[in-house]
Design a protein around this ligand. Structure first.
Ligand SMILES: C[S@@+](CC[C@H](N)C(=O)[O-])C[C@H]1O[C@@H](n2cnc3c(N)ncnc32)[C@H](O)[C@@H]1O
Length: 279
C-alpha cells in the first residue's frame, strides 16, 4: 500500500535488465517466494515498538499490508484513515451509535478495524472484516472485536444480501485487475442495504502523478485502467491504476451510484476515495 518501500513493485525494478529478471520470476513463479523474502527482510529491520492501547500485529503482518514495518505509521495512519472513513460515512447518514452493520473488505491485519470495530459494537452494531489472506484473518479474529472471514480472490463473500450500512475498503481495489475489480464492485453492492454507502479507495491520476512509478502517469492518458506488475494478484506486488472518470464508469456497471470522488493527495501518499450509494 505504501508506495515507495523497497519490497514494493514500484521501486527497485525500473532498469530494463531488472525488468527482464522480474518477468522471468513472474513466469516461473519465483516471484512469490522472492517477494515474501523481501517482506520478511523489511520486517526484521530495527524499529521502535508502539503502544497505542490496541493489539499490535506482528511485524510480518504489518509489512504484508503496509510495505513497512513502522509501527508508528501503522498506528497513526490507521487511526487517521479510520477517522476519515467514519467522518465521510456520517456525512452520508451513517449513525454508528445506532446498531450499524459495517464491513471492512480487505481488512488486512486490522490497521483501520482496530480503531472502528469497538465503537460500532458499543453502539449495538455489527462489525465484520473480510480478507483474502488467512494469516491476517486469523490474527484479527484472535485479537480484535468483530467477526472476521476469509474470501477468495473473486467474489462471493460468505455473507448474505443487503446486510451492511457501510462497506469500506482501503487499498484493496488497488491490487486487483480490472475484471476482478468490477466483480467486487458488484459484490459490495450485493451486501449493502439499499441506500447504504460504500467508501472505496483507488489509485487515481493524481496519485499516479505524484506517488506512482514514473511510467504509470503518462500511460494512464491512453489506458484508463493499468496494471503494474501483473502477478500475485491481491498482494502489494501488483498495483492497479485508473482514472477517476473510468472508476466512475466501472461503478455504474454495479448497482452503485457514484456520489463523490475525493482525488488522491499531492502532499502525501493518500489514495483517491470514491463515495458510492447502493441503488
Ligand atoms: C494494501 S493491503 C490494505 C489492508 C487494509 N485495508 C489497510 O488499509 O491496512 C490490501 C489488503 O487487501 C487484501 N485483498 C486483496 N485482494 C482481496 C480480495 N479479492 N478480497 C479480500 N481481500 C483482498 C489483501 O490480502 C490485503 O490484506
Amino acid at each position: 500500500m505504501e508506495n515507495r518501500h523497497p519490497a514494493s513493485a514500484h521501486s527497485g525494478f525500473i532498469k530494463p535488465a531488472r525488468r527482464y529478471v522480474r518477468r522471468f520470476m513472474e513466469i516461473t513463479g519465483l516471484i512469490g517466494p522472492y517477494f515474501r523474502w523481501l517482506e520478511h527482510r523489511i520486517a526484521r529491520r530495527p524499529g521502535e515498538p508502539v503502544i497505542d492501547g490496541r493489539p499490535m500485529p506482528p511485524r510480518d503482518l504489518i509489512v504484508a499490508v503496509s510495505g513497512t514495518a513502522d509501527e508508528r505509521w501503522f498506528s497513526e495512519r490507521g487511526k487517521s484513515d479510520a477517522a476519515k472513513f467514519m467522518t465521510i460515512a456520517k456525512r452520508y447518514g451513517l449513525d454508528e451509535a445506532n446498531a450499524a452493520a459495517v464491513l471492512d473488505w480487505g481488512c488486512g491485519c486490522g490497521r483501520i478495524a482496530r480503531w472502528i470495530a469497538d465503537d460500532v459494537i458499543r453502539g449495538g452494531g455489527r462489525f465484520h472484516g473480510a480478507d483474502l489472506n488467512p494469516t491476517l484473518i486469523r490474527w484479527c479474529a484472535a485479537n480484535l472485536p468483530g467477526f472476521y472471514t476469509e474470501n477468495s480472490l473473486r467474489p462471493p463473500l460468505p455473507l448474505g444480501d443487503s446486510q451492511f450500512d457501510l462497506v469500506y475498503a482501503h487499498s484493496v481495489l488497488t491490487h486487483l485487475t480490472e475484471a476482478v475489480a468490477v466483480d467486487w464492485l458488484a459484490e459490495c453492492a450485493r451486501v449493502l442495504k439499499p441506500g447504504a454507502i460504500a467508501l472505496l479507495t483507488f489509485h487515481d491520476e493524481t496519485f499516479a502523478e505524484h506517488w506512482g512509478p514514473p511510467e504509470v502517469s503518462p500511460a494512464l492518458k491512453t489506458r484508463p485502467y493499468l496494471v503494474w506488475n501483473n502477478a500475485l494478484e491481491g498482494s502489494n506486488y501488483l498495483s492497479a491504476w485508473t482514472t477517476r472518470a473510468h472508476f466512475g464508469a466501472l461503478a455504474r456497471t454495479a448497482d452503485l451510484d457514484l456520489l463523490e470522488i475525493i482525488p488522491g493527495s499531492q502532499e502525501f501518499p493518500e489514495q483517491a476515495l470514491a463515495v458510492l450509494r447502493r441503488r
